[in-house]
Each structure stands twice: as structure tokens, then as C-alpha cells.
Design a binder for this molecule. Sequence first.
Ligand code: SAH
Ligand code: SF4
Ligand code: F3S
Length: 452
Amino acid sequence: MLSALNGTTFCVHTFGCQMNKHDSERVCGMLESLGSLEVSTIEEADVVIFMTCCVREAADIRLYGQVQTMKNTPLREGSPLKKRLIAVGGCIGQRDGKKLTDQIKHLDVVFGTHNLAALPRLLETALENNCQAVEILESSTEFSTSLPTDRENSWAAWLPITIGCNNFCTYCIVPYVRGPEKSRPMVDILDEAKRYVAAGVKEITLLGQNVNSYGRDLYGEPRFAQLLKEMNDIGIERLRFATSHPKDLTDEVIEDFGTLPSLMPYLHLPVQSGSNRILKEMNRRYTREHYLELVRKVREACPHIALSTDIIVGFPGETEEDFMETYRLVEEVGYQQVFTFIYSKREGTPAAEIEDNTPREVIQDRFNRLVELVQRKAFEANQVDKNARVQVLVEGVSKRDDSLLMGKSAKNQTVHAPLPDGVTIDQLIGKTVEVQVEEAKTWYLFGHVVSE
Ligand code: SAH
Ligand code: SF4
Ligand code: F3S
């Protein structure tokens, strides 16, 4: 029987982390397999799906506003539907469930992080019975990876190896909306990876909230370092992973950086704070000293590795001295990139209970000082590649100038270079070219292509 969605158009708006981006690819794959066509704007879409994030407050508020204002957006001419279907999924869907449909009367469907596969059925129910359809599960029964996919890029793939998180950092909502950590069997991961390689994929990023604890819940399964070795052996050109929790980063994984040719010299190792007191309050379960020792070992195994991190400024009770510990750590490590966040209170997490009377301006001032330092250190870190030759996986043209190609170096730096004479970008997308770097800026390298 033809789906009620056959002949419709849809668009997916995605917020938050790679987990959501990956889930969105599955949503696109499912709807396409039912005969719906993906479009890029809300105006053209008969079905609009929001894949939401609630890790910080700003995104939360924006989502409610955005769905509210959609009430008055008219349906496209020629739509087979009488009214536009709107669905909210992802982490806000999981957290708020029926509260969303109660509050927003023109919202049709709410689903969560554990039941992506239910989306087509919920949309059809809402359409056929002209009602609101909400379904939230407490935990996952299957990996969304078993669903059809429509990958964003043909040359790169995200591959979840674990879902959920058991760490309960005291500021973080993720364990509550993504459930307990579950590892995917290694054979399934390798099978999927091999299919990608056969299809011409050049870069695979293994995904999990804490990839280092991969396999802990699977009795007898190999651990993350072995998975990396097996992944290297399937012949992928570039292998990456995110995210790595410092408390679980083993010496074996560190050694892999020095020995596995496909494992790219780039490590995202979130530190969150440089103060031992704050790290303890955050329940991160490592010290500043342990973290710096990891950095030393990683650099010993792979001297040219690029490091990035996440930092939260203004955790409740953070003093100027705590902040300065973070500041000095950033100065010492010399990251290529730092993702900086102002602490955002998340209801239901333990940190939300901690009293704090630090004025907003003080936190903002610390944040600004840190951002300035991060930029200076990022500029310094890029200077080692000035006049070097780097391998660049081409992703497309530069946003500002379409005569320039844009791609990523092994160290995950953005690289720009003029398109060689007589070569179109379509001929280069998904290919690796060698670039002679002439200029090293804060956020990108610039040079010219020396071999295609
Ligand atoms: N699992 C990953 C991170 C997932 S969330 C890890 O452990 O590293 C991504 C980042 O958002 C976190 O690293 C943290 O820096 C930030 N973050 C999480 N909760 C936050 C909050 N309540 N306020 C501000 N930033 C937060
Ligand atoms: Fe959140 Fe901590 Fe889990 Fe990362 S490890 S998702 S910061 S609870
Ligand atoms: Fe956001 Fe959910 Fe990811 S809260 S950061 S989309 S796991």
C-alpha cells in the first residue's frame, strides 16, 4: 500500500551534535523510501521535521519560538496535503514529549531519540486521523543505523559505535535524553564501514558521547583500541572519532595515533575546566595533572597531532582563580581549536541545584578573555604548517569565493586554494589533493594545489 506521505515534500532542520546529524540522515532516508521528496526550505515543504538539542538553554528557547511562528506559514501550491505536518524529534522531543503538543496546538508529531523508526507511522497517523501523535520510549531497542540512510556527503560518513552516556557530568542533560550507554557489536560496525569503503567513502568518523568506553557493556567484546585497528585494516583513507573522555583514554589508543596510518593526527579531548576543584564538582573524574599527562603522551606518540577541546566558563561557584587555572591550561596545551561555552543551567541536573551569585558580566568577561587567548593560540598552532605541504580532502568551494576550493587537512584544519586551471569543483569533491601552504591564519590555511 502506498504511504500517505507518497508525493509529499519534506525538510529536516537539525540542531546540536553529530548524533542528531546522523539521526537526520536516517530520517531523510526513511521518508525518501516512502516516496517523499527532500526540499531545502520550510516554504516548499509539506512536512517539516525539527531534530532538536537541549544541551544549552538558548537552543531550547529558539526551538519553541520557531515552531510557534510556523503557524502562519502557508502551504505550497500543489501540495497533496490540506495542512502542513510539523514534527519535533531529537533531545527536546525526548525530554518534553506531550508537553510540546499541549503547548503548541498546531504541532502534529513528537518523537524521541529512541524511536526514530516510528516517525513515518506517527506522521501517517496524524495525517489520517487529523490528530496529534506523540510517542516517547524510555530506551532504545535498536540502533538507528539499521534504518535506510541518505548521507549528507558521498565521501564522508558518521558511524555511531555507542549511543547514550553513563557519565552524568553534573552540568549535562545528555544522559537523561539519550539514555544509558550501549555499544554496537563490532561485526555490525565493520560491516557498515566496509560497505562505505566499497561505495567510495574516504573518511569515517566513529561517533559516541564517550568512544573510549566502547565495548564495556558487551561481554567478551574487544575494546576501542582494537576497533580502531580493525577499522584501519578495512582500507579507509581517513579515520576519526568523537568524543573522547579523558578519564577513559587508554595508552593503547594513544599508541594507535602513532601506528595506524589511517587514524588522522587530530584529537578532540574535552577538558571542560583546568581547576581540580571544578572538575570534581563537574564529576569529570580526572585531574588537571592527569589531563596534562595525557596530552604529553599523545604528543610523544604522534608529535604533529592537533588537539581541540571543549570548555565551560562560569560553572556555578567558579572563582577567578579557578578560571585562571583553565586559562593557564589553554595557554600551556596550545590547542588548534577550542569550543567555548558559557555554563547554562539545565533543570534536572545536579549542578542546577548549586547556588551561584557570580554576576553575568564577570562570567562574560572571563569568556571574552578566554576566546581571545584561544584565537591567539589557534593562530600560533597553525604557523607550523606555513610553507608545509598538506593533504586536503576536498569538500566544496569556499563560502565567500567560489573560485577557491575548500577542504580539510589531516589535522582537520580548513584549507583554501584556487581551483587549478581547467578543473571544476565537481571533479575534485571527495578527492585528496596536495596543497603547498603559503599563509597560515587563525582559522584556515591558504595555498595552491601542487598535485591532484
Ligand atoms: N560527550 C561529550 C560532549 C557532549 S555535549 C563529552 O563528554 O565531551 C558537548 C559540550 O557541550 C560539552 O563538552 C560541554 O562543554 C558543553 N555543555 C554540556 N552541557 C552544558 C551546559 N549545561 N552548559 C554549557 N555547556 C555545556
Ligand atoms: Fe555529557 Fe559528560 Fe556524557 Fe559528555 S560525558 S555527554 S559531557 S554527561
Ligand atoms: Fe544536543 Fe542531544 Fe547532542 S542535547 S548535544 S543533540 S545528544
